[in-house]
Design a protein around this ligand. Sequence first.
Ligand SMILES: *Cc1c(COP(=O)(O)O)cnc(C)c1O
Length: 369
Amino acid sequence: MSDAPCPAPRPKPWIEAIHAYVPGKSAGDDGRPLVKLSANENPLGTSPAALAARAKAVAPSLYPDADSTALREAIGRLHGIDPALIVMGTGSGELLHTAAGAFAGPGDEVLYSQYAFSLYEIVARRCGAEPVEVPAKDYGNDVTALLAAVTPQTRVVFVANPNNPTGTFLPKAEIARLHAGLPADVLLVLDQAYAEYVDPADDDGSLELAATHPNVLATRTFSKAYGLAGERVGWGTGAAPLIDVLNRIRGAFNIGNSAQATALAALADQDFVTHSRTHNAGERARFTAKVEALGNHGLRAVPSEANFVLILFEGRLSGEAAYKGLADRGYIVRWLPSQGLAQALRITIGNRADMDAIAAILRELAEAA
Ligand SMILES: *Cc1c(COP(=O)(O)O)cnc(C)c1O
C-alpha cells in the first residue's frame, strides 16, 4: 500500500473561491424557534387559491411540462409579453446563473454594486468570471460609478431594483441612463425580485427595456410578493435570441408539477398581490417612522421600496448588539457583516404586532446602550 494521497477530482480554481450562499436563519443558535424576518418571505403567507391548486397538481410520478406552457402564457397575458419571450427558472436564482454562464467566463468581468445581492458574487465566480464590485452611493446602485467601471472585459452587469439588502430603488430614468451608457454587447440583468412591492406608478421600465433591446434580461420571482419561496419559481424576459440561449442551458424540467400549478393559481389571484403590497407599504412606513424616532440614538432607516428595511446603527447601540438583543427576544433578522454591513440590520416587514414589538425592543436596547 502506498502512502501517496489518493488522487481525487479537483474543482476549478474559481469554484474553490466560492463561499456558499448563506440563507436567512429561522432558529437561534440554540435551536429555539424564532419569528423569522430574515429572508424577505411574505408575512401574509400564500394565496388560498394557490394552496388549493397545489393540492390538485399533476401526480409527482409524472414529469412536469418541460416548457411550463400554461404558466408562461398566463405570465405573458398579465404583463403583455409574448410567452415565447419568457424563460422559467428554478427561482430567479437559476436565471441569474444561466445569464452569467451564457455570456461570461474566465477572463471576463461581471459588474455589480457594493451592497448588492450576495448571490451575484457566487454567480460570477461559478462561470469563472471576475466579480467586480462598484462603490455604492447612499447604499444603492450608483449609475455613474457602474458606467465608469465598464471595461472591454465587462460582459454582464447585475442590478437589483429594488436592491437587496438595502431596499434602495433607481427610478426609470436612471435605469434608462444605465442601459443607454452600456456597450451594446454587454448584457444588463435587471433583477426585479421585489417589483410587485413597488407602487405601480413608479415602475422602473425594466420589462419595457427587455422588450425593446437585445441586451436586457429582466427577471422576476414568485418567491416574494406571491408568497411561493418554497416552490422555486422565477422567470425572465428579453429578446428572442437571449431567451433561446437561456432555454438551452436551464434545467430541462426545472419547474415541478406542484410549482407550475401553484404559481399559475397565484398569478390569477392579483388581489393577494395587491393586498401584500398595500400591507407592506403601510407597515413599512409605520416601522420606518418608529426607527427614525430613535435618530437621537443613532438609528436610521435607509429609504426602502422593498419588503424589508435596512437599519443603520450609528450610535452607542451596535448592529451586532441589536441583532443579539432581538434574537434574545425571539426575532431573527439579517445581520450582514460579511457584506460590509456590520453596523446594519436588514429587517423583513412582518405583521403589525411583530413590527411594533421589534420597534419597542430597539428602543429599549438603544436607551440601555
Ligand atoms: C429573493 C431574491 C431573488 C429571488 O430568488 P429566487 O431564486 O427567485 O427565490 C432574486 N434576487 C434578489 C435580489 C432577491 O432578493
